[in-house]
Design a protein around this ligand. Structure first.
Ligand code: NDP
Length: 400
């Protein structure tokens, strides 16, 4: 019996719920809980119709440890998959410790009042999880997530030393909206508008937001302008693979998207501090989220595909070699399978696989770990089976 509790039923949570239900030999009992129970009920009904699998639903405010503890005591899951927002990571980890439940998430903790991305808050739980005999798996989406597993796989099978790592993330899809974000708008805009940062020769180098960019060619897509930004997995990867001399993260953005983003910032709508409005306090970015298209509703007319991978240069048997491992994911196919678009799909599928790794005993160390600290092989095998097949290019031109 492996009971899993999914918290959060946005685009990513919906995909996780579908994929978990598709693998009901591993996940024998499924509970889906979020702030708004009616959204969980809708997804549960869709899953029962598509797959004939029953999903129990519940409501919880995951900002409250007391409510989480009550929820965990009621359902007694073996593992919680946290696909709510990064703000809830620590409260959910606290409740896991209080109730003896294992933990998995897809994004590092962020305090609400400052857009700051680092693992220190969650790594600080290592001793507590070890003492409790519990496992916490951090950052198990695509990036972070598969990007770390790809790197671990490259280190295990193809390199003696990884020297240069570039994670490249392209969304070449078209949702036919003037402006929309592909996952939670508040989290997405906080991430993109921060300063750029990359790792070189033991130091972090800061750049202006989206200041450095260059065209990179993506398989089956072609060249796309790609922007250097900070991304959280860089922090754990340079720690876990100390031979890395330089690590960077690149993401593609269209001109139309960037123009909208600039206007949003210029007029103050990206602010995350409170402002007075009609006698009440509102956070402009949270208000903006309420009027932007819901990422969950983008799937139906979404064309094109995503392409995310790792481009790596390093040494094997004393010789320099290059390696590129990537996945392309069709928005339309993701929609047909789960009702959600490709960005939610590429995040939700790896979260399910990480949970499967834990529940089947393949990833079973106690403590708090990033995904690259586990054996990549069984995870890579499941990526091919669960809808995110990967491809390799050896000794090609990395363009970087
Ligand atoms: P959404 O905003 O679509 O969904 C978030 C869900 O969490 C909603 O169901 C929301 O409920 C629920 N929620 C928010 N606050 C609370 C709370 N206090 N208590 C209980 N439930 C709450 O987000 P996404 O699905 O797009 O993203 C989910 C997570 O995935 C985010 O953390 C995001 O950063 C991460 N992500 C990771 C990626 C990766 O590759 N690693 C890529 C993309 C996303 P309600 O509907 O009531 O608001």
């Amino acid at each position: 019996m492996s009971k899993v509790l999914i918290i959060g039923v946005g685009g990513v949570g919906t995909v996780v719920a579908h994929k978990v239900a598709q693998n009901s030999d591993v996940f024998t009992d499924i509970v889906l809980a979020s702030r708004t129970k009616s959204k969980c009920d809708k997804v549960a009904a869709d899953i029962e119709k598509r797959l004939g699998v029953k999903v129990t639903t519940d409501s919880v405010d995951a900002d409250s440890v007391d409510q989480l503890v009550a929820l965990f005591k009621k359902h007694q899951p073996k593992l919680v998959i946290n696909v709510a927002l990064p703000y809830q990571d620590l409260t959910i980890m606290d409740a896991c410790l209080a109730c003896g439940v294992n933990y998995l998430d897809t994004a590092n903790y962020e305090p609400k009042d400052v857009a700051h991305f680092e693992y220190s808050w969650q790594w600080a739980y290592k001793d507590k999880f070890e003492k409790a005999g519990l496992t916490a798996i951090l950052g198990c989406g695509f990036d972070p997530g598969v990007s770390g597993v790809y790197t671990a796989y490259a280190a295990k099978h193809h390199f003696d030393e990884i020297h240069y790592l570039d994670i490249v993330d392209c969304n070449a899809g078209n949702h036919h909206k003037a402006f929309a974000t592909n996952f939670n708008p508040e989290i997405n805009i906080r991430e993109i508008t921060q300063k750029g940062r990359f790792y070189e020769n033991g130091k972090w180098v800061e750049t202006g937001a989206l200041e450095i960019h260059k065209p990179l060619s993506y398989p089956n897509i072609g060249p796309k302008d790609s922007y250097l930004m900070y991304h959280e997995e860089l922090e754990s990867l340079v720690k876990n693979f100390p031979s890395i001399k330089r690590a960077r993260f690149w993401m593609t953005f269209g001109q139309e998207y960037l123009t909208h983003l600039r206007v949003i910032q210029d007029i103050g709508m990206a602010r995350i501090d409170e402002v007075e409005y009609n006698g009440m306090k509102i956070v402009p970015l949270q208000f903006l989220k309420a009027v932007l298209p819901n990422p969950q509703d983008l799937g139906e007319n979404y064309e094109g595909e995503t392409s995310i991978g790792c481009r790596i240069r390093g040494l094997k048997n004393g010789k320099e070699k290059t390696y590129y491992v990537y996945n392309n994911c069709s928005h339309h196919n993701a929609f047909l399978e789960t009702g959600m678009q490709g960005v939610s799909y590429t995040t939700g599928v790896p979260a399910m696989i990480g949970a499967m790794m834990f529940l089947t005993g393949k990833w079973n160390k106690v403590g708090v770990y990033n995904v690259e600290e586990f054996d990549p092989d069984p995870f890579m095998e499941q990526l091919n089976k669960q809808g995110l097949p990967w491809h390799e290019v050896f000794d090609g031109d990395l363009e970087l």
